[in-house]
Design a protein around this ligand. Structure first.
Ligand SMILES: [Zn+2]
Length: 126
């Protein structure tokens, strides 16, 4: 395996061909169009999806916008983050751990509801 940094060259409407380092986690740029501006170049990793019984609920993936002009960490940043579709935000590691903890708590609440429903349907406490 090569230790040379990967690069990719993409056509842009404002800077012509732009060569940028390509992170190992990036899935490539199959949707990039020549009319995109340099600031639109966006690295994106493979989706981690949540599905239930065939229904797509949400997904998350590593992202980075190396030429963004806004550099708002939760929306578009030169610093890599994890984009979480269900909240339409990009999170840093601490925020992502916090979201995961909230989802753990929610899963516990769903199990509690299942327990209550099971008791109700069995003729237990109303
Ligand atoms: Zn990329």
């Amino acid at each position: 395996m090569s230790t040379e940094p990967r690069t990719i060259t993409l056509p842009t409407s404002d800077f012509g061909d732009v060569t940028v380092d390509e992170p190992a986690w990036c899935d490539g740029h199959p949707d990039h169009r020549p009319d995109y501006m340099r600031e639109d170049i966006h690295h994106s990793g493979p989706d981690v999806s949540l599905t239930w019984r065939g229904h797509h609920i949400t997904d998350a993936c590593l992202v980075q916008s190396p030429f963004t002009k806004t550099d708002v960490p939760e929306l578009s940043s030169r610093t890599p983050g994890v984009s979480v579709a269900i909240i339409a935000r990009t999170l840093n590691p601490a925020q992502l751990y916090d979201l995961a903890a909230a989802l753990d708590t929610y899963a516990d609440q769903l199990r509690d509801l299942a327990d209550k429903l099971d008791t109700l349907l069995a003729g237990g406490d109303q």
